[in-house]
Design a protein around this ligand. Structure first.
Ligand SMILES: Cc1ncc(COP(=O)(O)O)c(C=O)c1O
Length: 437
């Protein structure tokens, strides 16, 4: 008898197929990425780095990790990378561990304005270990104010200035942030977990030339496996005076490598590293740039159509894949909107808006994102339809019969936009052949 777990996997695949996926941090990875994830590389321990492992039998996984590193370097123009972080949280944890001693100062984007838990929340190790201050967005424009960040940095004197967000719909001015970091003697670190794919496609400002260190996830706009990476545009002598056994200054890359393993993690997940390599290879294809451009066009069309329908879109639009909606003028909370939309087969997440009068589990807004629907092949005309469905659902939140009719209409519509994979059974590894000996 088949293990029922595969029944649940198939049910989840069907859920992903039949609904409108608008969670900004989600995407549909390709069959090749999923095949690498489900491969025998799962079985291999490979603590250490290629050519310098603590285990035997690493000749093939060394090649896999080297390829992942080389592709990632090419994708972002990075001189140095580490592809081993299990996820975005571990990448951030390792970078902060390498740069800060307990009690030292971190200045980051406020969680309540769109930042991330791993950027100094009291609930996360970053908030428990380090002394944290935040900058936020202006109350009138909901945009970052670089003068305010400079002022905060001048008074707080952080050792790390951390940029990056989970829900900020606008691009970042990396050069301005670097000039602030240089003025106060801080390291500039950014977490591009969300827009990484759009940056890789050269559609947003490039942080690599400006930031000392860049972290990312690999599963959002980058469309790979769940995972993280750490990158540097240029490696540099670490400023903490640590020397190698030969008396040379240790490079920052060496500190980051050892902060990740053994500082934060144990053995690297080689199946995930293989899947990262596949995804980076896909992102290097010209088709990925076309995809990323469409992600942005779709988000902009979604934002504009919702504004035409009377919704308050924060900042008046978007530069990336994220659309943030303040629902207060519609008399709705984020929690009620999320629940009602789900009944119609539209998956979003409730989201705090900056200066939100509601607590996080209620929230006044919702966050929408276009990476997943764009992977299904949707374009601007589909986004206009999606905006109208969102509006219809939100104006009939207490009419369950209406919402289930809408769910059926959406399910029918989506048949024209198949997922990049069909069924669990169709994920055969047969097409993968070993390289010639
Ligand atoms: C900006 C940012 N950094 C880090 C993370 C954490 O990534 P993970 O969930 O892979 O640990 C997220 C996830 O949402 C994120 O949005």
């Amino acid at each position: 008898m088949q293990d029922p777990i595969f029944g649940w996997i198939e049910a989840e695949r069907r859920r992903q197929e039949e609904g409108l996926e608008l969670i900004a941090s989600e995407n549909y990875a390709s069959p090749a990425v999923l095949a690498a994830l489900g491969s025998v590389l799962n079985n291999k321990y490979a603590e250490g780095l290629p050519g310098r492992r603590y285990y035997g039998g690493c000749e093939y996984v060394d090649e896999v990790e080297r390829l992942a590193q080389e592709r990632l370097k090419t994708l972002f123009g990075a001189e140095w990378v580490n592809v081993q972080p299990h996820s975005g949280a571990q990448a951030n944890e390792a970078v902060l561990l390498a740069l800060l001693k307990p009690g030292e100062k971190l200045l980051s984007f406020a969680l309540a304005h769109g930042g991330h838990l791993t950027h100094g929340s009291p609930l996360n190790s970053s908030g428990k270990l380090y002394t944290v201050e935040h900058y936020g967005v202006r109350p009138d424009t909901y945009r970052l104010d670089y003068d305010e960040i400079r002022e905060k940095a001048r008074t707080f004197r952080p050792k790390v200035l951390l940029a990056g967000a989970s829900s900020y719909p606008r691009d970042w001015d990396w050069a301005a942030l670097r000039s602030i970091a240089d003025e106060v003697g801080a390291f500039l670190v950014t977490d591009i977990a969300h827009p990484a794919g759009l940056i890789a496609a050269d559609l947003l400002n490039d942080p690599l030339p400006h930031c000392h260190i860049v972290t990312s996830t690999t599963h959002k706009t980058l469309r790979g496996p769940r995972g993280g990476v750490i990158m540097m545009g240029k490696d540099f002598d670490n400023p903490f005076g640590e020397l190698t056994p030969k008396g040379q200054p240790k490079k920052m890359s060496a500190l980051l490598d050892s902060a990740l393993f053994p500082g934060v993690q144990g053995g690297p997940h080689m199946h995930t590293i293989a899947a990262k390599a596949v995804a980076f290879g896909e992102a290097l294809q010209p088709a990925f740039r076309t995809y990323a451009r469409q992600v942005i066009h779709n988000a902009q069309t979604l934002a504009h159509t919702l504004m035409e329908l009377g919704y308050t879109v924060l900042t008046g639009g978007t530069d990336n894949h994220i659309v943030l909606i303040d629902l207060r003028n519609k008399g709705l909370t984020g929690r009620d909107a999320e629940k009602g939309l789900e009944k119609a087969g539209i998956t979003v997440n409730k989201n705090l808006i900056p200066y939100d009068p509601n607590p996080p589990l209620v929230a006044s807004g919702i966050r929408l994102g276009t990476p997943a629907l764009t992977t299904r092949g949707m374009t601007e005309s589909d986004m206009r339809q999606v905006a109208h469905w969102i509006d219809q659902a939100l104006t009939h939140l207490s009419d369950d019969a209406f919402l289930s009719r809408l769910r059926e209409e959406i399910r029918e519509y989506l048949k024209a936009y198949p997922l990049p994979y069909a069924t669990v059974a169709s994920l055969s590894l047969g097409h993968l052949s070993a390289p010639a000996e």
